[in-house]
Ligand binder design. Structure first.
Ligand code: DSN
Length: 414
């Protein structure tokens, strides 16, 4: 593997080797990460990376696009079939440009948008002041309730009626519960707002049929393709027929230049993989694994934000264990688990410290781990917290994590 790189650039070859070893040997629990298939990776590493193809299939600004046209047409058709969408734009380089496309297709700078607050589980691109979405637009935020730690849709509605945003944005990066699309739609209708839902985190659960789909309820649905969907790193915009022209025009030439045709072809491969029955089983297992991990942690006195999970992730407030999110992230790394610190609703700590840790099951489920392994991992996490001052105990836990990784080989033969 990596023979050519090894010859031309040994330093980078070393990085590739080290990263493959890291992915194999750590329990990967970052909720937004996954392991793509070899087919997706091969397609990303193909000659399609050489091709400029500004425009859309059959309407390009460059010659020689007949084959990349085939790839993009397949990707679009498959995305529409997978999600039951009227139209798909598969060109966004990322979730961020997918969201920028959706916003600017409908809004002018200065218009009001309303999304879930980042510190309550939302996303930077849903109107955070340091992000383009908060810089370009007048952004306001809805939040979760202090008691239930879930979205209070009555309050969301009151806020929307008082503030009358032109766009309501749903979706999150650290919200473990189902969304109520019907309510979001009815609130948007009451104030004549556009409804955009960013399903980046749950797209694989929607594709696998274990979560309800936002598509029938929303004007536009955006996503990434590399989280629960398990495809290449990139973005996607699904829309109704009547919004499609505006979306296309905004993505190119409005925001992006040359599309990444190797990634678009890999998105097509991913969508094909997601249509298989085995992907439905995978999606179900991600949710079952998160539920089992959640139950295990609850039994051991951990505080799960919202009390549990309906999806592939858990947000754990570790302050009752005398830890910050930062310390917990470091502790888990030490025992062979990769996760990320995360703010929890009404967090008293700074975003660099936080009180929470976010744990996700997509990557471990791809390795073939099931509920039995989740119980074991919950136990490792608990024992790590209890023995955090005991180096020998932590080393033993790290060996247990490594043993688990060995039992579920990643990219064998690579
Ligand atoms: N950075 C992603 C996540 O970790 O959820 C969201 O874009």
């Amino acid at each position: 593997m990596y023979d050519e790189v090894r010859q031309t650039d040994p330093e980078i070859a070393e990085v590739l080797d080290l990263e493959l070893a890291r992915q194999r040997n750590q329990l990967e629990m970052i909720a937004s990460e996954n392991f793509t298939s070899r087919a997706v990776m091969e397609t990303m590493g193909s000659t399609l990376t050489n091709k400029y193809a500004e425009g859309y299939p059959k309407k390009r600004y460059y010659g020689g696009c007949e084959y990349v046209d085939m790839a993009e047409t397949l990707a679009k058709k498959r995305a529409m079939a997978l999600f039951g969408a009227e139209r798909a734009n598969v060109q966004p380089h990322s979730g961020s440009t997918a969201n920028m496309t959706a916003y600017l297709a409908f809004l002018k700078p200065g218009d009001k948008i309303m999304g879930l607050s980042l510190s309550h589980g939302g996303h930077l691109t849903h109107g955070h002041p340091v992000n383009f979405s908060g810089i370009l637009f007048d952004a306001i935020h809805y939040e979760v309730d202090k008691d239930t730690e879930t979205i209070n849709y009555d309050r969301l509605r009151e806020q929307a009626l008082a503030e009358r945003p032109k766009m309501i944005v749903g979706g999150a990066s650290a919200y473990p519960r189902f969304w109520d699309y019907e309510i979001l739609r009815s609130v948007a209708d009451e104030i004549d707002a556009v409804l955009v839902f960013d399903m980046a985190h749950i797209a694989g659960l929607v594709a696998g049929g274990v979560h309800p789909s936002p598509v029938p309820h929303c004007d536009v649905v955006t996503s990434t393709t590399h989280k629960t969907l398990r495809g290449p790193r990139g973005g996607l915009v699904l829309s109704r027929k009547d919004h499609f022209k505006a979306i296309n025009k905004m993505n190119f030439p409005g925001i992006q230049g040359g599309p990444l045709m190797h990634v678009i072809a890999a998105k097509a491969v991913c969508f094909q993989e997601c249509m298989a029955d085995s992907f439905k089983t995978y999606a179900r297992q991600m949710v079952d694994n998160a539920a089992t991990l959640g139950e295990t942690l609850l039994e051991r006195g951990f505080h799960l934000v919202s009390g549990g999970t309906d999806n592939h992730l858990l947000l754990v407030n570790v302050s009752n264990k005398g830890l910050t999110g930062k310390a917990m992230e470091e502790l888990l790394e030490h025992v062979g688990i990769t996760a990320n610190k995360n703010t929890v609703p009404f967090d008293q700590e700074s975003p660099f410290v936080t009180s929470g840790i976010r744990l996700g099951t997509p990557a471990l489920t791809t390795r073939g781990m099931g509920t039995e392994e989740m119980r074991l991992i919950g136990d490792i996490i608990d024992r790590a917290v209890q023995n955090r001052e005991d180096d020998a105990a932590l080393t033993k836990l790290q060996a247990e994590s490594h043993e688990l990784c060995r039992k579920f080989p990643l990219y064998p033969g690579m």
